[in-house]
Write a protein that binds this ligand. Structure first.
Ligand code: SER
Length: 394
């Protein structure tokens, strides 16, 4: 049976056998002073080394890193998106070149994980006004016999408006039932699993691109997506990691529709990992994102049944999650963090219901009303909308 742990081991062993040293994955919260709120990619902790500082473990690295992405929040519940996920990575810090990385990528997916080449499609950078097409990657893929789709915006990787960047090449795997058809940009049954970034530039404020003296290669492969493909299931939720969630939650809270069950599993699991990395809910920065995840979980649960409560969440699910991410946090404290946020949120909603029952707020609301509800009563717009739908539904 294909498990997440075995998949991670196969990847790391493959690169270790090719001279890569294992970097310990770290917290979701980057060190103070980092402009990025949460680690969104495996390369993030390696930024100084990609920029040229010598790494104590050498120039070939591999590892697995927990990541959090809120850009995809509205997509959580579909077949492929998760808030917290793990990314496997391999890095050449000015050592081997991009084509070598692509060849290993193909070899591992095909010979290591058994994915047939006729289920693979790759995209490469097709060039823009500033940088020419990535001919080298295209040639490599063609030599390997894979179909290639060139794109522009989709195949340029950067970590923000300035800093490290370069053309990338993404490997997609077909997840449809029929024979593969279309291309990665025209059929979303092609699922992206592995991105190889040719880090060749640093972008300066104002947009100027400076070629790096020592180009690097940074690759990232989404663990849960790969496991889903290897197990041939319909979504990232049907893998071993989510099994305890999908079976336990309906048992404690009764039936939930598929999208809600996925959303609640994803958000609760993500909140546990974030709490486990020492964040507490608050109106600011890291805490704000955590608060949004917990509150979104609660409003989803309460839409059908307002008596559902996180007090029913078994401690085993918290332990299972912290254990998977090798987090030393105390599961009971993490669970208390969730419960405290629920208590605070229930109080806020009660206050909100009272405020919204004032005559002034019972009719259609203007932007001015929303501003006043927020500034004077501490009720954000999405909460007001939630409470009004609640009132309409009786
Ligand atoms: N940095 C690249 C990504 O996030 C590859 O790791 O896709």
């Amino acid at each position: 049976m294909i498990t997440t742990d075995r998949t991670v081991r196969t990847f790391l062993d493959y690169f270790r056998e090719r001279g890569h040293r294992l970097t310990p994955g770290g917290s979701l919260v980057p060190p103070p002073g980092d402009p990025v709120l949460y680690t969104t990619s495996g390369m993030h902790p390696l930024t100084p080394y990609l920029l040229g500082q010598p790494h104590p473990l050498g120039r070939r690295l591999t590892g697995v890193q927990r990541c959090l992405r809120t850009t995809d929040l509205d997509e959580v519940g579909d077949d492929t998106h998760l808030t917290v996920f793990e990314m496997l990575g391999s890095w050449s810090l000015g050592d081997y070149d991009g084509p070598q990385s692509l060849r290993w990528g193909f070899d591992l997916l095909h010979n290591g994980f058994g994915i047939e080449p006729d289920r693979m499609y790759v995209t490469v950078f097709g060039g823009d006004g500033q940088v020419e097409p990535d001919h080298e990657s295209r040639r490599t893929w063609e030599e390997l016999g894979l179909p290639v789709e060139p794109t522009t915006g989709e195949n340029w990787w950067s970590n923000g408006p300035t800093g490290l960047c370069g053309p990338d090449s993404e490997i997609f795997v077909w997840t449809g039932d029929e024979v593969p058809q279309g291309t990665p940009t025209s059929d979303d049954r092609w699922v992206e699993v592995w991105n190889h970034v040719m880090m060749r530039y640093v972008r300066h404020p104002g947009g100027r691109l400076e070629p790096m003296r020592r180009p690097c290669v940074d690759t990232g492969l989404g663990v849960e997506r790969l496991v889903r493909i290897l197990r041939n299931t319909q979504s990232v939720f049907e893998i071993d990691l989510f099994e305890p969630w999908l079976t336990t939650l309906p048992r404690i809270w009764g039936p939930l529709d598929r999208r809600s069950l996925r959303l609640v599993s994803d958000h609760l699991r993500s909140s546990i990992v974030v709490l486990g990395d020492g964040v507490t809910p608050s109106p600011y920065r890291h805490g704000h994102i955590l608060r949004r995840l917990i509150r979104r979980t609660l409003t989803t649960l309460w839409r059908d049944e307002p008596t559902r409560t996180l007090s029913d969440l078994p401690i085993e699910l918290v332990e299972h999650t912290l254990g998977h991410f090798r987090q030393p946090a105390d599961p009971h404290e993490v669970r208390t963090g969730l419960l405290d946020e629920e208590t605070g949120f229930r109080r806020l909603l009660q206050r909100g219901r009272k405020v919204l029952s004032h005559r002034r707020f019972t009719g259609p609301l203007t932007d001015d009303d929303y501003r006043r509800l927020h500034d004077t009563y501490g009720l954000p717009r999405d909460l007001v909308v939630y409470l009004r739908v609640e009132t309409e539904n009786g």
